[in-house]
Design a binder for this molecule. Structure first.
Ligand code: ZN
Length: 344
């Protein structure tokens, strides 16, 4: 009951990459970098286990960014000529690669870190991939055509590649594959109309659990500013959750603590496991176990206990390492407190 998980990313140690950055530069290259990525993955597995987290992950230590880590193994993309593009409905500009031809995987994307993590933990292992709609919103296109039809075609092309890697990850022993779709919270009508369908294509035929993470973004300034303009009630989820409830995706990870998301919107996910964000990733203030337990109690009014998984609001990548470590401990301690209160 109330088994804990993290959304996905964790800070990179200073010997692996630049710290407190969303797109950090690596500190080494070649075999040395590969060794450093592996060491960081093992370090975070240990920290998660010691904190008492139930569903652990690789902390995305082997990828520079949650979208471009996957794209690195995709053929048909020109990484040499990146262009500036406003992403997430122009919330911020990013230098993005361009799709210039048919998309194809050149090989396995995450085999090394998934197998390493699997070999070093007995806990349930979650692995994250970007969702097709969010990928489409993070690349420029010169091949699939402009307009909605082009975006849908490109999303399904990426979904096929994601499915290929996801099936291989499941064969590597991953227990839960989670697709990250922050774009669902930006293009709500499109998400319901075709984003969930593309997501289901990415998850097709998977025998492990499947999940989707939809948040209001990392705790960076552009996102914090954006949230301030969203008003007193954030109802974005209301447009997307009914389509997700009808989908074959097993679990939904959402933002809750310190958000203006009405808790009752979780009722729209009837029949799904709900990973409830009880840890704020936009603040360095460490939650108390009492605060975490209180958020769980609020969610419990709308989600059955057996389906409630306390989680972080989003990834912890841009945070200071010691802050992230303290937040993991608070998550586990708060869930334990909630367990003692609600029986289990
Ligand atoms: Zn997120």
């Amino acid at each position: 009951m109330f088994e804990t998980a993290i959304a996905g990313s964790l800070p990179k140690p200073s010997w692996l990459a630049e710290t407190e950055k969303l797109w950090p530069e690596w500190k080494s290259s070649g075999a040395e970098l590969e060794r450093a990525k592996a060491d960081a993955t093992l370090l975070w597995l240990k920290v998660q286990e010691d904190a008492g987290i139930d569903v652990v992950g690789d902390g995305e230590q082997s990828r520079q960014h949650f979208v471009h880590g996957f794209l690195a193994k995709v053929e048909g993309i020109d990484f040499e000529h990146k262009v500036k593009m406003g992403i997430r409905d122009n919330r911020y500009d990013a230098m993005v690669p361009q799709v210039v031809g048919p998309l194809r995987l050149s090989g396995r994307v995450h085999a090394t870190e998934a197998r390493l993590a699997r070999a070093h933990t007995g806990k349930r292992l979650k692995f994250t991939l970007p969702g097709p709609m969010t990928i489409v919103d993070t690349v420029a296109d010169r091949y699939y055509g402009s307009g909605k039809e082009g975006r849908i075609r490109m999303a399904h092309a990426f979904a096929e590649l994601l499915n290929e890697e996801a099936r291989a990850l499941a064969a590597d022993g991953v227990d839960i594959i989670q697709f990250d779709e922050p774009a669902f919270n930006v293009y709500m009508a499109d998400a319901a109309e075709w984003g969930v369908g593309a997501l289901e294509r990415a998850a097709e035929g998977l025998t492990c659990k499947t999940a989707v993470h939809i948040c209001y973004g990392y705790g960076i300034k552009a996102n914090v500013d954006w949230k301030q303009g969203l008003g007193d009630e954030w109802r974005q989820y209301e447009q997307v959750f009914p389509a997700l409830a009808r989908s074959r995706i097993d679990q939904v990870s959402l933002e809750c603590y310190h958000s203006h998301v009405p808790a009752e919107l979780m009722r729209l996910l009837d029949g799904k496991d709900v990973m409830v964000g009880v840890i704020d990733v936009a603040s360095d203030v460490i939650e108390t176990p009492e605060q975490v337990a209180a958020t769980i109690a609020t969610a419990l009014r709308h989600v059955p206990a057996a389906r409630l998984f306390p989680c972080t609001n989003c990834g912890l990548a841009p945070m200071r390492r010691e802050v992230a470590e303290a937040k993991l401990a608070a998550l586990a301690q708060g869930a334990a407190l909630a367990r003692s209160r609600h029986g289990g």
